[in-house]
Design a protein. Structure first.
Length: 580
């Protein structure tokens, strides 16, 4: 009795191509929807394509350091500025030294030029000074006709300040496992509230608690007015030029508060790292975590131990950048371990700004902005126009070649190129607001080069399929048997391309990084498109009669390819025993 015939099992690699194509379609729709949801429909352009702002900064020697302007310090300053304005390194902001004592900073259009100016212009000296006394940033008001009314108001101000300052932070460990890291707190939720609710809101210069404030400094403190831009700039300049060992008067960076500050307790160079973190476990919201060097940790522990034993506001620690107080947290106990946390009403932006200043605020030099100009994109626009024309001509030649040589298979290649183009465009557009990615001329060049890389992957796969057909196999087995070898070749090729892009991105800066980033991104997308679109699409087309029968315009005609006769199993006739 003959054994029943078993049905042919579909190749394991075939899977469910329709589902994979639907997944790719959903991803494309989601990315396009994300563009419309964010309101960003075009990629963010670099300074050479969209124009922008250019700053020229001149280095200045610090008091007591006449020979600080040298090549090493200038390169260090340029590196710090580049990290601050460039973020992840793909926003295409350019920072470079020029001559002996100048640094050029180019900010592309679309970047907040005011914020960039503040970041670049305030990257000088960072210091931690103890607060001796504080008051509102304006001058003392004129004497009121009714002294009793003024006293009543003063009592209200003082009482309100005591109420806002009364909560004492606990010394429990934070969710990062650091003991007493939340003992350093900002006094209030907002700078404006902090300015009006200070217990020492009276313009009386002497500090409570017996602080030793020289008479000359008391007079200067009483006359200090931080409410105007001119007076604020003058106060910041005077405070920045003071010696670290001398007490100074200073203003809050927004002019709402003025301070008498003691000698520098910890210098900015002692801060190893600072970052903004969202505290979801203890409900503090956005906080700033600081890590100090070994020497800085010892200094910080000694200073915080002294401050913790004092009353408000002498238990506050002023973080001073370029003479301006950017934060004034208070200390509840001695902070050991070389780390601390600042909390109290931060938004994500303010926490990141403070962490950025603490991380990159200490420079070996101080700078002033000598010149600020607006850069036009006329030349870059002309180059882009010429480059797009050249790219269109090259793409047209590639399409003509694909149609002439691969015929019907050219539709698969063009569809895959279209999917790759949509994914590349949408991702580049979304990366603009997400990480500050900006598209410049080298980045456009990287995208054009990627077209050749992507087309090469299709050609490798097509040739493997055609080789299988030449061996005498039909289309469906050829599609599945040719895929493993083509897949290996494509992965090796794309890995080499991605490795080159990664190395180029790491060892270069500025516009070349844009080229490397785009090349690496499009290389990854090439793998995604070939695996999730081209291969499933070929599996579906192999079931269509036009391709499976080898139509002359399918590009898979066995006669044109010189195929061998079909491979079939040889059947041996049953032998019959002959009788003698």
């Amino acid at each position: 009795m003959a054994a029943p015939k078993k049905g042919r099992r579909a190749p394991a690699n075939q899977g469910h191509p329709g589902r994979t194509l639907i997944l790719v379609l959903i991803a494309m729709v989601a990315l396009i929807g994300g563009m419309f949801y964010s309101g960003t429909l075009t990629p963010r352009l670099g300074i050479d394509l969209a124009g922008g702002t250019s700053f020229t900064l001149a280095a200045q020697n610090q008091p007591g350091k006449p020979n600080a302007i040298n090549e090493t310090n200038m390169n260090t300053a340029a590196g710090i500025m580049e990290r601050r304005v460039n973020g992840l390194g793909v926003t295409e902001s350019e920072v470079q030294t020029q001559g002996r004592d100048h640094i050029i900073v180019n900010i592309p259009k679309g970047t907040d030029a005011k914020q960039a100016r503040q970041q670049v212009g305030t990257t000088a000296q960072l210091a931690f000074r103890p607060v001796l006394t504080t008051a509102a940033g304006t001058k003392a008001p004129e004497p009121s006709p009714s002294p009793s009314k003024g006293g009543k108001d003063g009592e209200k101000a003082g009482g309100k300040g005591q109420q806002s300052a009364s909560p004492t932070p606990s010394a429990s460990a934070s969710h990062q496992g650091r003991a007493v890291t939340d003992a350093l707190k900002k006094p209030s939720a907002s700078p404006s509230a902090s300015a009006s609710d200070k217990p020492s809101a009276q313009p009386t210069p002497p500090a409570p608690g017996g602080a030793d404030v020289p008479a000359a400094l008391q007079k200067q403190f009483a006359a200090l007015d931080c409410s105007t831009k001119q007076s604020l700039a003058q106060a910041n300049e005077q405070a920045a030029g003071a010696k670290p060992s001398d007490p100074v008067v200073a203003c809050k960076d927004d002019g709402s508060q003025k301070y008498v500050l003691g000698p520098v307790g910890v210098e900015g160079q002692d801060v190893k790292d600072a970052k903004a973190v969202f505290d979801s476990q203890q409900g503090q919201g956005w906080i700033v975590q600081m890590d100090f060097t070994s020497d800085g940790g010892k200094k910080f522990a000694d200073v915080t131990g002294t401050l913790a034993a004092k009353a408000q506001p002498q238990n506050q620690f002023a973080i001073v950048l370029d003479g301006a107080v950017v934060s004034d947290p208070r200390v509840s106990e001695r902070l050991n371990g070389g780390n601390a946390t600042i909390s109290g009403g931060f938004t994500q932006q303010t926490a990141e700004d403070l962490g950025n200043m603490l991380s990159y605020g200490a420079l070996p030099l101080s700078f002033k902005i000598d010149d600020e100009t607006t850069v036009t994109a006329a030349l870059g626009g002309e180059q882009l126009h010429a480059g797009l024309i050249a790219g269109a001509i090259g793409l047209a030649l590639v399409v003509i070649y694909l149609v002439a040589y691969y015929r019907g298979l050219a539709l698969v290649a063009l569809a895959s190129l279209g999917v790759s183009a949509v994914l590349t465009y949408t991702i580049m557009t979304l990366l603009g607001p997400a990480i500050g990615f900006a598209l410049n001329l080298p980045a456009v060049c990287g995208a054009i080069v990627a077209i050749g890389i992507t087309a090469d992957s299709f050609i490798v796969y097509f040739e493997r399929i055609r080789d299988e057909i030449r061996e005498g196999r039909s289309l469906r087995p050829a599609v599945e048997r040719g895929w493993p070898r083509a897949r290996r070749t494509i992965l090796v090729s794309d890995f080499v391309s991605f490795l080159a892009a990664a190395v180029l991105f790491i060892v270069t800066v500025g516009k070349v990084q844009g080229f490397a980033f785009t090349l690496g991104l499009t290389t990854v997308l090439d793998v995604v498109v070939v695996f999730l679109f081209t291969k499933p699409l070929m599996t579906l087309l192999a079931r269509r009669k036009f391709f499976s029968d080898g139509h002359s315009w399918s590009g898979l005609d066995p006669k044109r390819l010189g195929a061998k006769p079909s491979l079939r199993r040889r059947r041996t006739a049953p032998t019959q025993t002959k009788e003698a």
